[in-house]
Design a protein around this ligand. Structure first.
Ligand SMILES: [Zn+2]
Length: 109
């Protein structure tokens, strides 16, 4: 007496639904965000070769410290802004119960 396993009936009667090809909609202009101006007090702001200011944070590793110090328009010397930025960041880390990463090598340069 062979146990007859009920073979799982693959619904072969249902043909795989063809994925409807989505027509490529042109981007909705209302959803395009205007480029925010770079905040030189919280962002790297060093000019990239394409003319845009760098939008990374003050600790951006793509640009050198002298280049960041040379950015005009900051409300305070770069090192001061960096220290403030790192302090704020460390508070956030502590608030999450995580030991803040060691940034001391950054501000000692
Ligand atoms: Zn940068």
């Amino acid at each position: 007496m062979a146990p007859t396993k009920p073979t799982p009936s693959k619904s072969s009667s249902d043909p795989p639904a063809d994925k409807p090809k989505r027509p490529r909609n042109p981007p909705d202009p209302s959803r395009i965000k205007p480029k925010l101006p770079v905040n030189v007090n919280t962002q790297c702001a060093v000019q990239n070769p394409n003319g845009d200011a760098c939008r990374r944070t003050l600790t951006c590793s793509k640009h050198t410290w002298p280049a960041k110090r040379a950015v005009a328009g900051r409300s305070a010397p770069f090192d001061q802004l960096l220290r403030r930025y790192l302090e704020r960041k460390q508070e956030v880390w502590r608030a999450h119960g995580v030991a803040p990463p060691d940034y001391s090598h950054l501000s000692n340069k």
